[in-house]
Design a protein around this ligand. Structure first.
Ligand SMILES: Cc1cn([C@H]2C[C@H](O)[C@@H](COP(=O)(O)OP(=O)(O)O[C@H]3O[C@@H](C)C(=O)[C@@H](O)[C@H]3O)O2)c(=O)[nH]c1=O
Length: 189
C-alpha cells in the first residue's frame, strides 16, 4: 500500500506509515512533518488527544470545531479497532454531505488525515479501543459542535453489531439539515 492514498473526498487522505518489524515487534514513525510536507501537506499540529472507549459499538461523533478554531486531525488507533469516518461539511464542495470510512486498527497502523471543514466520528469494533489523534488547533469548547451520527441524509453505514453507545451530547446532536455549516470549500467565494 502506498504511504499516501487519496480518498474520494478531496483532502482526506489514508496514510500507511511504514513499519519495521523485528523480533521485538515493530517500529514506525507515526508522524513526520518533513515527510508529510514532501507530499504537499504542511500541518502545524498543536494538541494530541487520546481516548479510550471500553465497549464495542461506542460511537463518538460527528464532531467539529467552528472557525476560528477549526481543526485538521490525524487519527490512528493505539489499541483495538475502530471505524473512522469523515464527512465533507464544506459549503460549495462537490462532495458536500458525502462520507468516507476506514478501519483503523492497532494492527494495520493506518491513519486518516481529516482537514478542517469535515465532521469526524468513529465507532469501535473491539473492546478497550484507544484512539490517538493530532489536532491543528486547541480545544475550544465554545466552537465545539456535533451532528447526529445516524443522520438520515448523510446515511453512514457504521457496520454496528448492536445499539450505539453514545454520550449525552451525541444523543442530542442536531440533524445535518439543521446544521449551518461554518465551513467554505477553498476557492469558493
Ligand atoms: C475534545 C476535548 C474534550 N475535552 C474534555 C471535555 C469533556 O469534559 C471531556 C469529553 O469530551 P467529549 O465528550 O467532547 O469527547 P469526545 O466525544 O471523545 O470528543 C471527541 O470526539 C472525536 C470524534 C473528535 O473528533 C474530537 O475532536 C472530539 O470532539 O473531555 C478536553 O478537555 N479537551 C478536548 O480537546
Amino acid at each position: 500500500m502506498d504511504f499516501v492514498t487519496q480518498t474520494k473526498l478531496s483532502g482526506v487522505l489514508l496514510l500507511s506509515p511504514p513499519r519495521f518489524g523485528d523480533d521485538r515487534g515493530f517500529f514506525s514513525e507515526s508522524w513526520n512533518r518533513r515527510k508529510m510536507a514532501d507530499h504537499g501537506i504542511d500541518l502545524d499540529f498543536v494538541q494530541d488527544n487520546h481516548s479510550l472507549s471500553s465497549a464495542v459499538n461506542t460511537v463518538r461523533g460527528l464532531h467539529f470545531q467552528s472557525p476560528p478554531h477549526a481543526q485538521a486531525k490525524l487519527v490512528r488507533c493505539g489499541r483495538g479497532a475502530l471505524f473512522d469516518v469523515a464527512v465533507d461539511a464544506r459549503k460549495g464542495s462537490a462532495t458536500y454531505g458525502q462520507w468516507v470510512g476506514y478501519d483503523l486498527t492497532a494492527e494495520n497502523g493506518l491513519q486518516l488525515l481529516i482537514p478542517a471543514g469535515f465532521l469526524h466520528g468513529f465507532a469501535t469494533r473491539a473492546p478497550d479501543t484507544e484512539i490517538i489523534y493530532k489536532c491543528s488547533d486547541y480545544y475550544a469548547p465554545e466552537c465545539d459542535g456535533a451532528v447526529r451520527f445516524d443522520d438520515p441524509e448523510i446515511a453512514i453505514d457504521w457496520g454496528l453489531t448492536g445499539d450505539a453507545i453514545l454520550s449525552e451530547k451525541d444523543r442530542s446532536a442536531q440533524l445535518f439539515s439543521d446544521f449551518e455549516s461554518p465551513f467554505i470549500v477553498e476557492g469558493a467565494s
